[in-house]
Design a protein around this ligand. Structure first.
Ligand SMILES: [Zn+2]
Length: 303
């Protein structure tokens, strides 16, 4: 059985999920949500007749706080936390991660994400690309899938994939969009990662933001790929035209909102997309990506 646990971060449903899989080796969680919603997830587990200590395995797609923030709480209760090799040191010692997030979120840090503590070495297990973990009769395989973050894994078991952020954000009746965030956005990697999900042909694709895609995983991935290409191209054109970065934030917010509405989202859902994946982050991400990987594409002078 698989359960989608809603963190209801800041009181809003349907934005950030933790996904729970029942196995004969205890509960496995795919992402935990932020630490600020550990209590909510505890309540959701109780509704399933379980307690936080019944979570024996925590598979992290990546270490951003909305996905991994509560992992250390489960580790304190004895769970093993699985992570990409490049994410491990920040879980062992989260101080740098907290510093860089504090630069972005400032005084909002605690309200948004809660407290972040270290995970002891003995509770942490690094998974290499294609490494498998046997949980009773279920075999969970990690697949390296950079693009959104360099240290991103998806997880594959049976006919299911837990897609993390590289598999896109899809809220309510809205379309699949790529969460472009700094500092590791890499468009070519992202496209390859989408192909890696495609070849698995999953029947169900679980999204941290938000829920499950069934009957239409292929169409979801096609729509996601189209936006990875078109949105990154939109940013390139803006840079080529010499648009000022400060103008890009409202310009992209408008561009994205129009795209979401055209893709079937309601006005309220547009605001939920913004909560799950703030549009200004895409601007910062793209302003870093293009000059770093394709300075020649921007044209003489660069940025
Ligand atoms: Zn993320």
């Amino acid at each position: 059985m698989i359960h989608i646990l809603d963190t209801r971060q800041l009181g809003r449903p349907g934005i950030i999920a933790a996904t729970a899989l029942e196995t004969s080796d205890g509960l496995a969680l795919f992402d935990t949500g932020p630490e600020s919603t550990f209590g909510t997830i505890t309540g959701e587990l109780h509704l399933l007749g379980a307690a936080p200590a019944d979570v024996r395995h925590v598979f992290l797609s990546h270490i951003h706080f909305d996905h991994a923030g509560a992992a250390w709480q489960f580790a304190e209760l004895g769970a093993t936390v699985y992570v990409h090799p490049r994410g491990a040191r920040h879980l062992l010692d989260p101080r740098k991660l907290i510093e860089s997030a504090t630069r972005i979120f400032g005084a909002e840090m605690e309200r948004l994400w809660g407290r972040v503590g270290p995970i002891p070495q003995e509770r942490l297990r690094i998974l290499e690309d294609n490494e498998q973990v046997q949980l009773g009769s279920v075999e969970v395989r990690a697949i390296a899938t950079p693009g959104h973050a360099s240290h991103h894994h998806i997880y594959h078991w049976d006919d299911c994939v837990f897609g993390g952020d590289v598999a896109g954000v899809r809220i309510g009746g809205g379309p699949a969009i790529p969460p472009f965030v700094p500092p590791e956005l890499q468009v070519e990697d992202w496209l390859q990662s989408i192909d890696k999900i495609r070849v698995l042909e999953p029947a169900r694709l679980y999204l941290p933001h938000f829920g499950v895609v069934e009957n239409g995983v292929g169409a979801h991935l096609d729509a996601l790929e189209e936006r990875v290409r078109r949105w990154s191209q939109w940013f390139l054109e803006q840079l080529r035209a010499g648009r000022d970065p400060s103008q890009l934030v409202p310009a992209f917010a408008d561009y994205e909102a129009a795209d979401l509405l055209a893709g079937g989202a309601t006005q309220e859902e547009v605001e939920d997309y913004e909560r799950a994946d703030p549009s200004h982050m895409a601007v910062t991400a793209a302003l870093r990506y293009w000059p770093k990987f394709h300075p020649e594409a921007i044209g003489a002078g660069g940025v």
